[in-house]
Design a protein around this ligand. Structure first.
Ligand code: C2O
Ligand code: CU
Length: 576
């Protein structure tokens, strides 16, 4: 028990082959069956990585090559991606802030495939093209288990970053997939069970932008006029360290004491953009494409221009809309994206504009922060605040300017008419069960568990309904407390892995939540494709989903990351 150094390469047999089947030999399951310590030590002799996982998190699992690369896969783009601790000067004064961040290296492929962002904990922007074959060698250098999920991408189950593939420090997982998705704004982040919230909060998240020829033909603002805006809320302590949960600094974060007690989800006291507390957008008198990602753990934004002019929306989670739409405001739950057309041509140099979050009701649940265990926060969900300051600081460069196209790119949307269960949607009741916390149909996450009502057929379209109105199976105690149950509701941003769906209906079911619903209802953009749908308390959302190409185990869950970590997540199985 002497060697405590962190060994970088502890190799065991690949656990998963290209088709996602466990290979014979020392598989993950075998390791668990034989006892992690004994088997892993016997296999690797590498105590370092194992102990580091164990001592720091008490959940260490053997590291090594969790999935090896396949020689037969010929990548167009090959990346080395690492999750590792770092320090960043985020405040002008005081010590640097300890963060965890993704860092990448391009091993092969076009040089613009990777854009590193200086001065932020956010990961590099991966710029991929539809049809590209991508290999990512992902290495874990943080002191606990992790795995990467490509949020929004349609990839095989084994490439999707399911928590069952999470692995410890020193290990490597090789992703190999083809980009099948439309041009759009996707993102990647960790997905280990119970630790997604803290890992994202520490800085592990990055954008993945897909382009395709159809999008390029539209001549939308590009280059410096195509700006990603990642919205997150953070709290720093007096020593400039990130505060998570109820405890101070990393102590609270690592201790985990705060997380389970936080029924509300984590809310930071400051709004940061692109990983900076002081971010400002300095623009030219030119049209812009603003790609907004809500990368916050649990905060919901009701985005609007500070001067009251409407927002022009051109895209959502799954890419461009058929045509631009106008909204007085846009409501964005955690995980969701929206693309805006922002034209600063008519603003004289020196003009300042702001993007704000307008007040709304229902963000904290009816019982408020105290009852939901959120504790006091200086910036509750639903409060008014400024999101971003925009300064028009220069003239546009000479040359033609892009015009807002009248039509954009019509996605092929799954429709209710083609659903095999058109008359009887598959229902998922979102609720709270005493002693369990937030549940889906009364259940919590099980690593490989799938209930009979969570199995779908490959090649079919279905209607699903996320019901946040406290009916049977939902609310508190499975609805047995009636009105009380519905009063314990909260908004749940429901995310389905592996596909893009169509939101085909939203309705208020419980009139007790009428005012809350009124305060957000004009802010949803359902004309395009979505992978995350914000289901407000007292309401129901109906989706059409098509299960194509890939069999296997995929997740659906609440993207309030604290809810997810507490188990508001389930598997669904796609079967041929
Ligand atoms: Cu963005 Cu399952 O997550
Ligand atoms: Cu939730």
């Amino acid at each position: 028990m002497a060697n405590l150094t962190n060994e970088k390469t502890v190799r065991i047999q690949p656990k998963v082959d290209g088709d996602g089947n466990a290979t014979p030999g020392l598989t993950r399951r075998a390791l668990l069956r034989y006892g992690v310590m004994g088997a892993a030590l016997a296999a690797t002799g590498g105590l370092g990585a194992l102990l580091q996982g164990c001592t720091l998190q008490g959940q260490g699992r053997a590291a090594g090559v969790v999935r090896a690369l396949q020689e037969t896969f010929q990548p167009d783009v090959e990346l080395l991606l690492r999750a590792r601790p770092d320090r960043l000067q985020l405040r002008p004064a005081g010590p640097p802030t300890r963060v965890w961040r993704y860092e990448a290296e391009l091993l092969q492929g076009p040089s613009d495939a990777l854009e590193a962002l200086p001065d932020t904990y956010l990961g590099p922007i991966l710029r991929l093209r539809r049809g590209q074959r991508v290999r990512v060698r992902f290495q874990n250098e943080i002191p606990e288990e992790t795995i990467v999920h490509w949020h929004g991408l349609h990839v095989p189950a084994v490439m999707d970053g399911h928590p069952r593939f999470a692995f410890g420090p020193g290990g490597e997982f090789v992703y190999e997939f083809e980009v099948l998705d439309r041009a759009g704004t996707y993102w990647f982040h960790p997905h280990p069970h119970r630790r997604t919230g803290p890992q994202v909060y520490m800085g592990l998240a990055g954008l993945l932008l897909v382009s395709d020829p159809q999008e390029e033909a539209l001549g939308l603002p590009s280059g410096e006029f195509d700006v990603p805006l990642v919205l997150q809320d953070r709290t720093l302590d007096a020593g400039n360290q990130l505060v998570y949960g109820h405890g101070p600094g990393m102590g609270g974060m690592m201790g985990g004491g705060g997380m389970m007690g936080n029924m509300q989800g984590f809310l930071g006291e400051e709004i940061w953009v692109n990983g900076r507390p002081d971010f400002e957008l300095r623009v030219a008198r030119h049209p812009y494409r603003l790609r907004v990602l809500n990368g916050s753990n649990s905060r919901i934004y009701k985005l609007a221009w500070g001067d009251g002019r409407p927002l022009t929306v051109i895209g959502t989670d799954g890419g461009l809309l058929p045509a631009p739409v106008s909204r007085p405001y846009v409501v964005l739950g955690p995980g969701e994206r929206v693309e805006l057309w922002a034209d600063f041509r008519d603003d004289p140099v020196g003009t300042e504009r702001e993007l704000v979050s307008l007040p709304f009701e229902g963000g904290m649940g009816m019982m408020g922060g105290g009852m939901m265990g959120g504790g006091p926060t200086t910036l509750p969900n639903g409060a008014f605040f400024r999101v971003l300051r925009v300064v028009v600081e220069r003239e546009a460069p000479p040359g033609p300017m892009p015009e807002l196209p009248l039509s954009l790119s019509a996605p092929e949307r799954p429709s209710p008419g083609e659903a095999v269960n058109a008359g009887a949607p598959r229902r998922f009741a979102l609720g709270m069960t005493p002693m369990l916390g937030w549940t889906i149909n009364g259940r919590l996450f099980e690593m490989e568990g799938v209930a009979p009502d969570e199995v779908v057929r490959l090649g079919t379209t279905e209607l699903w309904e996320f019901d946040n109105a406290g009916g049977p199976g939902g609310g508190m105690m499975g609805g047995r407390m009636g009105q009380m149950g519905s009063m314990m509701a909260m908004p749940h941003p429901m995310h389905v892995h592996g596909l893009q769906f169509a939101v085909v209906g939203r309705e208020l079911v419980d009139p007790a939540w009428g005012a809350a619903w009124e305060s957000v209802r004009q802010g949803f953009v359902d004309e395009g494709l979505k992978d995350t749908v914000l289901v407000m308390p007292g309401t129901r959302a109906r989706l059409a989903l098509r299960f194509e190409d890939f069999e296997g185990l995929f997740l659906y869950h609440c993207h309030n990351l604290e809810h997810e970590d507490m188990g508001m997540m389930r598997n669904y199985l796609v079967r041929a």
